[in-house]
Design a protein around this ligand. Sequence first.
Ligand SMILES: Cc1cc2nc3c(=O)[nH]c(=O)nc-3n(C[C@H](O)[C@H](O)[C@H](O)COP(=O)(O)O)c2cc1C
Length: 183
Amino acid sequence: MSDMKLVGLCGSLRAESSNRKLMFEAARLFAPDAFTELDLRFPLFDEDSQNADGIPAAVQQAADQIAGADAVLVVTPEYNKGISGVLKNALDWISRTEGTPWQDKPVALLSAAAGRAGGERAQNMARLCLTPFRPRLVAGPEMMLAQSRSQFGDDGRLIDARGQGLLQSLMEELRTEVGRMRD
Ligand SMILES: Cc1cc2nc3c(=O)[nH]c(=O)nc-3n(C[C@H](O)[C@H](O)[C@H](O)COP(=O)(O)O)c2cc1C
């Protein structure tokens, strides 16, 4: 498949975020022609501010990038058993844009967390939060990276071979979904 565009949303803004490392590892394995991380530093959603000032340029840009992508990675940390406010805020803002950027979009969900469950609850919550937008959410294999801060080498690569294999399978599923949408 040619001209494959992949974009990623990372729910952690931390510079050394393990979720971002996981996102870039997934992008490497997906091997798109172009990968773009969306900037989710949006203002807090406030319907009054939308009514007064419209959609912020950064939100519109993110929605356009999703609409123009062949596939999307949504990567979430687990904050108090749920997704981060950053990610929920981004999803809420993007839902206010014209059009349906997520509709039928192949999406893979990933999570990385310090706990032993690898952010399972956050990933399940992210799945629920995405459902209203009707993307093509890849069902599995589920990639939940536990004890995530110690899982990457200095080169940013995932150390564990099993994790690499799982991620590879998930990215293959995502590619298959893109192929279905292009047929
Ligand atoms: C506010 C907050 C709440 C957290 N809650 C959880 C949690 O419920 N489960 C968990 O496994 N880790 C939790 N953690 C730890 C995160 O998994 C850890 O900070 C992880 O590295 C965050 O992802 P990042 O590396 O991409 O920033 C929490 C961290 C913060 C800052």
